[in-house]
Design a binder for this molecule. Sequence first.
Ligand SMILES: NC(=O)c1ccc[n+]([C@@H]2O[C@H](COP(=O)([O-])OP(=O)(O)OC[C@H]3O[C@@H](n4cnc5c(N)ncnc54)[C@H](OP(=O)(O)O)[C@@H]3O)[C@@H](O)[C@H]2O)c1
Length: 439
Amino acid sequence: MAKPLRIALAGLGTVGAGVIRLIETNASLIARRAGRTIEITAVSARDRHKDRGIDLSGYAWEDDMTAMAARDDVDAVVELVGGADGPALTLARNAIAHGKSLVTANKAMIAHHGLELAALSEQARVALKFEAAVAGGIPVIKGLREGAAANAIERLYGILNGTCNFILSTMEDTGRDFADVLAEAQAKGYAEADPGFDIEGTDAAHKLAILSAIAFGTRIDFASVETAGIARILAADIAQADALGYVIRLIGIAETDAADGTNRLFQRVQPYLVPFDHPLAHVDGATNAVVAEGNFSGRLLFQGAGAGDGPTASAVVADLIDIARGDLGGEAGAPFSIQVAEMEAMPPAPSGHRLGRAYIRFVVADRPGVLAEITAAMRDAGVSIESLIQKGRAETEGDVLVVMVTHEGPESGVREALRLLDGSASLKEAPLVMQILGD
Ligand SMILES: NC(=O)c1ccc[n+]([C@@H]2O[C@H](COP(=O)([O-])OP(=O)(O)OC[C@H]3O[C@@H](n4cnc5c(N)ncnc54)[C@H](OP(=O)(O)O)[C@@H]3O)[C@@H](O)[C@H]2O)c1
C-alpha cells in the first residue's frame, strides 16, 4: 500500500470531532477505498484542555493553527474552524502556499474568497475541496462537478439551510410561533446562539453562490444574491399557506436569464410557497435538498442531512479520500469545475421582469375602506388578484390579517403596488411578500 496521506486538522468542534471519529471508526475501509491510509498528524483548536470526548493523545497539538501549514509531516490541511476571514483564511492561504491540499467545510470563506483560493490552488497544483460547505452530507458538489458535468444547468434551487427548514416545518406541524420554535432549535443545538446567519438567509446565500459558480461556470457573486429570511413569518402565514395548498420553505434559487440576449444570472434566497405536490414540500426537519435541471440529464434531486457531525464529516472525509487517490480536482485542478481563468463574470439579473405568482400578507387596521385601498393600489399597479382573504385577528387588538394571492405577473407590479401603499395609515407593518414556486 502507498504511503499514508498525512493530514492536519484545525478545529475540533462539531465537525472536527466528527471527522476524527469517522477516520478512526472506518480506518480500514477508507484505506482500501483510497489505496492508502489517512493519518492525522497534528490537530489544533482554541482550548487545548477542553474535553471533546475523543482521545487526542496520539496527535501533535499546535497552539497556532496557521503553523500547521508549514509542517513537513503534513500533506493536506483540513480547516474546520469557520469564519469568512480571520485564522481560517490565513490557514487556507498558508496551506496552499506550502504546497498542501486544503479541505474545508467553511461556506462563508468559500463564498467570499473561493475564487482567490481556487486560483492559488490551481497555480500550486494542489487540491481545494469543499464538499461539506454545501448541504452537509449530500454529495451535491461532486454530483454537479462530476456526475452532471456534461450538462448545461438551466436552473438550480433547493433547501440549503437545515435550521430554517427545521423551524418552518416545526411551525407547520405544531402551529407554534417563530420565536418559540427558534428557542427550541437553539436548545436542540440546530441553531447557533447567534442564529442571524441562518434565519436571515445569509448561510443559504453563501451556499447558493458556491453552487451557482459550479453549476453555471460563473465567478462567485455572493453580493448579488437577493436575500430575505424567515423571521417575519407568522403561524398564521403557515396556516393560510396550508389552506391554499402550500408549505413555506426557505428556497435558494439560481438560474440563467438570457431574455435580452445577455447571459445574466439570477440568484435569490427567500421564503417561497411550495405546492404540496412539489418534491421540496416533503423536505422536513433539518434536511436539505437541491434540484438541478440539466439540459440532457433532466431534473436531478439531491437530498439528505444538511448538517450535523456525522453527515458533515462524511463529506470532509470523502474529499480526503479523493486527495488520497491523487485527485487534485480536475485535470490540472479546477475546484469549481472550470479553471478560474475560464469562469465567466455573469452580470446579475434584475428580478422586476420575472413572472410569478405572489402571496402577500398585510396587517391592517380593522376599519371600513382598507380592503378597497389595497385593491385599488393593486389595480393601479396592474396586479391581478387571484384571491383575497381577510383572516382573523392579528396579534395586536384592532388589527386584522389580509392575505392576497396574485395571478401570474411581473414582480415589478407587486413592488409598485406596495410603493403606492407605502405610508398608508391603514397598514400596521410592511407587507410580507413571498413568491409561489412554479414548476
Ligand atoms: N456544524 C455543522 O453541522 C456544519 C455543517 C456544514 C459545515 N459546517 C462548517 O464547518 C465549520 C466548523 O463548524 P462546527 O460546527 O464544527 O463549529 P464549532 O463546533 O464551533 O467548532 C469550531 C472549532 O474551531 C475552533 N476555533 C474557533 N476559533 C478559533 C480560533 N480563533 N483559533 C483556533 N481555533 C478556533 C474551536 O476551538 P475550541 O473547541 O477550542 O473552542 C472549535 O474547535 C464551519 O465553517 C461551519 O460553517 C458546519
